[in-house]
Design a protein around this ligand. Structure first.
Ligand code: SAM
Length: 240
């Protein structure tokens, strides 16, 4: 019988934010396919998992996924597509041999996660496989909790976007919503803060860097983040 592919959300960093279900499946699954953002680099997802589950005796397959922009409706960069193809091929070999494969992914798999791209690639191969997605605590919820900034109350509208969007799109979405969560803010922080300033919203923003990790930092005055080296694990909430 074919194995099951588990895509498992492992939360934003603190292993205590992993769900019992995530821990249990990882404990019971002998093969972990772990994403790493850097070639020959470590995997943040693996680090989180190892804080909660013993990795001794596990087959750990580390795979590099390049961090490049993906635009839906457009063909992905060849390097990105190549990484998804290779991952899907290896995973399928394990599934076909009857082994279960666990793919731990940062936060929640539903939000900007490589896990779903790998699932889509497996499906494009025409393979039928057993799939289980395990939700996790997203950086969105964790950032809200750390800053005590609610995401939406009453009839408020919430939008989640990558901060790398064009300025016009960001302006349009800010106008349409009550709360905007900006992910992937690190590279565009200065531009984003300038835009919020121009719109009179800079005081409505909070930035959480390395949320739930030991060196978590909360920026209540996001102007202070301008010109600073901000970590990739940073999320901003703007509550109008
Ligand atoms: C590729 S997305 C992955 C999101 C993830 N699937 C989730 O549900 O949180 C990466 C972005 O998530 C956010 N992020 C991930 N971990 C974080 C953390 N510990 N603190 C703050 N933001 C984080 C950042 O905005 C980062 O640029």
């Amino acid at each position: 019988m074919q194995g099951t592919f588990y895509v498992i959300g492992v939360g934003p960093g603190d292993p205590q934010l992993m769900t019992l279900k995530a821990s249990k499946i990882l404990q019971n699954c002998d093969t972990w396919f772990v994403p790493s953002a850097f070639e020959n680099g470590g995997s943040m997802a693996l680090k989180i998992v190892e804080g909660a589950v013993d990795s001794k005796g596990k087959t750990i397959l580390s795979h590099h996924f390049p961090m490049k922009q993906v635009q839906r409706g457009k063909a992905p960069d060849a390097e990105v597509q190549g990484a998804w193809n290779e991952a899907a091929k290896t995973i399928m070999e394990y599934l076909d041999s009857g082994k279960d494969v666990a793919f731990p992914t940062l936060g929640d798999p539903a939000i900007y996660s490589t896990g779903f791209y790998v699932c889509e690639t497996l499906e494009e191969y025409g393979s039928s496989f057993n799939l289980e997605i395990v939700p996790g605590v997203s950086a969105i919820g964790a950032t809200s909790a750390a800053s005590a900034m609610p995401l939406c109350l009453g009839d408020e509208r919430l939008v989640v976007i990558p901060a790398t969007f064009e300025d016009d799109k960001i302006k349009e979405l800010l106008a349409l919503s009550d709360v905007v969560v900006f992910m992937k803010v690190c590279k565009v922080m200065d531009k984003l803060v300038a835009l919020l300033d121009e719109l009179g919203l800079v005081e409505k923003a909070v930035l959480v860097e390395k949320c739930s990790l030991e060196d978590q930092k909360i920026w209540r005055d996001v102007r202070q983040a301008v010109g600073q080296k901000i970590h990739y694990f940073s999320t901003m909430i703007v509550r109008k």
